[in-house]
Design a protein around this ligand. Structure first.
Ligand SMILES: Cc1cc2nc3c(=O)[nH]c(=O)nc-3n(C[C@H](O)[C@H](O)[C@H](O)COP(=O)(O)OP(=O)(O)OC[C@H]3O[C@@H](n4cnc5c(N)ncnc54)[C@H](O)[C@@H]3O)c2cc1C
Length: 427
């Protein structure tokens, strides 16, 4: 190996574990700052989950600021980070890559309505910047290098090596490491516990991961009767009989209970309360357009207008057939329409969830750089952190924000390490 090649090897070298949404963003940002970037991805290609988002259309961000859009044990961390890299920054970034956004009620999609276009644009940008992507490289462990080994490597020409990354086939030494392994949510290959395990091995605390944005399994009626119904409704989640969350929208009634956006949104609170052993139930309002007070009058007028109709017939035109059969079988039909109350047995499993709540404790992370406060040279991004967003593009926005902040800072940090090889590589 020539001296020049050795010098080239000393260029700031950032490793990213995971070529998902936040990992690709981090790799692009670090490379744009001039770092040499290598991405290690367990799957055979980048962005498998990203390609499945938004029903294949990729709702990549949201123009509407919803106060409760993000949840986690450290709200100010999330706020600070999103302020440092905002929705406007995201839109500009993707427009520069060539994405033409299309809006639906504040939700932004690529105009192609193909999530794969977002993956392709990010992939193309990584190629343009010379990012090395190594696929089918499943990272098994990361070890912090001891001082003696670091010095050995420095003598061999490496700038400042902090980590040894072990995959099934190879070992890599990294100055700076970005953990972008995602969460346990979904059945898409690459979703699992690796990120939590690796972060823990590097000194981080993990809030117990639980499913969020997941359907609810209910107790109480034969759900096969209403399976397949889609209808507008309002859900009130009750924890120990106290209202904890309310959502309105299209409900999808299933043979195990309930799905659709409103059910998914309240599910994170249900999952947490069930995990704490609390009683959880859901009250369904199948006619939110009519208030509870107006309901008796509404029903009376309907009966008076058609005195020859029975209960089932009076419901025709208001609800789909299958739902009528369930509602008409209840003793008090008005009560069933306005407050159909059922116990939540459980949420569906991680493999049915879109995201996870819990993850790496963000009190151990710097919100402006995603730098670990526990392990020098380490950065963490995306869903691996204890940050979960509601439906509507908020989770991908988090991936873009955390990926950007981590990628930039990791590049700057390794640049400092290169300029001052004798000093520790933490700014
Ligand atoms: C069906 C579905 C639809 C969704 N739709 C939307 C939507 O429309 N809008 C929205 O905002 N959010 C959506 N989400 C959520 C969003 O996709 C995630 O929040 C986002 O992808 C998280 O990005 P990430 O980089 O943290 O993780 P990921 O995108 O999951 O990437 C993690 C990567 O790390 C790799 N990896 C893991 N462990 C290792 C290892 N040991 N070694 C090497 N590589 C490893 C994985 O293979 C994966 O490629 C959806 C999620 C699902 C499941």
């Amino acid at each position: 190996m020539t001296r020049e090649v050795k010098k080239e090897d000393r260029r700031r070298h950032v490793f990213v574990i995971g070529a998902g949404a936040s990992g690709m963003m981090a790799a692009i940002r670090a490379a744009r700052e001039g770092a040499r970037v290598t991405v290690l991805e367990a799957n055979e290609r980048a962005g498998r989950k990203l390609a499945a988002t938004g029903n294949g259309r990729c709702n990549f961000t949201n123009l509407t600021a919803v106060p409760d859009a993000y949840r986690g044990n450290n709200p100010s961390f999330i706020e600070t980070a999103l302020h440092a890299y905002s929705v406007e920054d995201t839109i500009r970034f993707f427009e520069e890559l060539g994405l033409y956004p299309a809006e639906e009620d504040g939700r932004l999609y690529p105009r192609s309505m193909q999530a794969q276009s977002v993956v392709d644009l990010l992939r193309r940008e990584m190629d343009r910047l010379g990012v090395t992507c190594k696929y089918q490289e499943h990272v098994e462990s990361v070890r912090i290098l001891r001082e003696a080994r670091k010095q050995e490597l420095q003598k061999e020409g490496a700038a400042s090596r902090n980590f040894e990354i072990k995959t099934g086939t190879w070992q890599y030494q990294a100055d700076t490491l970005i953990l972008a392994c995602g969460s346990k949510a979904s059945s898409i290959a690459g979703s699992g516990e690796d990120g939590y395990r690796l972060a823990k091995s590097l000194g981080h605390t993990i809030w117990k991961p639980l499913p969020a944005l997941v359907p609810l399994s209910l107790r109480g009626v034969k759900f096969s009767a209403w399976a397949g119904v889609r209808t507008k409704g309002k859900l009130t989640l009750l924890i120990e009989d106290v209202p904890a969350a309310i959502e309105t929208g299209e409900l999808q009634l299933t043979d195990y209970g309930i799905s659709g956006i409103p059910a998914m949104v309240i599910s994170r609170y249900a999952a947490k309360a069930l995990d704490e052993g609390k009683k959880v139930s859901v009250s369904i309002d199948f006619l939110p357009e009519i208030s509870l007070q107006d309901m008796p009058g509404f029903w009376k007028r309907r009966k008076e207008a058609c005195p020859d109709k029975n209960t089932k017939e009076l419901l025709v035109g208001l609800f789909p057939d299958k739902l009528i059969r369930v509602l008409a079988a209840q003793e008090d039909v008005c009560k069933a329409i306005k407050g159909f109350c059922l116990d939540v047995e459980k949420t569906l499993s991680f493999s049915h969830a879109q995201v996870c709540q819990g993850g790496v404790d963000t009190r151990e992370i710097d919100p402006l750089t995603m730098r670990s406060l526990r392990c020098p040279g380490l950065y963490l991004t995306g869903e691996l952190l204890d940050v979960d967003g509601t439906c509507g593009g908020y989770n991908l926005q988090w991936a873009w924000t955390s990926g950007t902040l981590a990628g930039r800072a990791a590049a700057w940090e390794s640049f400092e390490a290169f300029r001052h090889p004798g000093t520790p590589s933490v700014r």
